[in-house]
Ligand binder design. Sequence first.
Ligand code: C5P
Length: 220
Amino acid sequence: MNKIPVITIDGPTASGKGTVASRVAQSLGFHYLDSGALYRLTAYKALKNHLDLADEPSVARLAAALKPIFKEGKIILDGENVTDKIRAEAVGIAASKVAALGAVREALLEVQKGARSEPGLVADGRDMGSVIFPDATLKVFLTASAEARAQRRFNQLKEKGIIANIDTLAQDLRERDRRDMQRALSPLAPAPDAKILDSSSLTIDQTVNQVLAWYKTVNR
Ligand code: C5P
């Protein structure tokens, strides 16, 4: 049995998982795994190489050979700083397409499991608690209404100087949720033993504090 503690934070797109997970990791001095970034990097490179996103063996080969460098909040792929580029909506949508391919999920398995190291790990994604770390110390499923998530995404983009249409954003979110929930492999769903946290009307601090409070109770 692996004794290294893991907190999994799964949930739909724009639920705030990434921000919450990295803050929880920081507060506990744990490592942080952004599993969505691995699917985004795969999609980004597949698009760049003009691969057919449905060509499972080729996309999986590309995923298995990815050598991203995560350093000081930046993500470098093949010498290119892709930190912001992989956050583009088009890359997110492509990521959810390649994430439906079994061979791609398989290719990314080891690198995810390998992120579990002392003194502990906070992992965010869709299947962290259900598939990758079924024995996690604490499993959280973070949700928020589609409206609240669209608003957050809108604000994030605005901060970057990008003005988006909130209705289009909400529509994209729903489309991505549907694809993530309906796929046959590792569909987006809370693990049976996950704690559900609806952050629609919570601030980031309140959400982080709730996760830390839960962790305290299970880590006694
Ligand atoms: O979390 P993020 O929006 O960065 O993830 C991008 C896409 O990668 C998701 O829409 C989902 O399809 C996929 N993903 C996944 N399993 C994970 C993390 C992300 O299928 N653990």
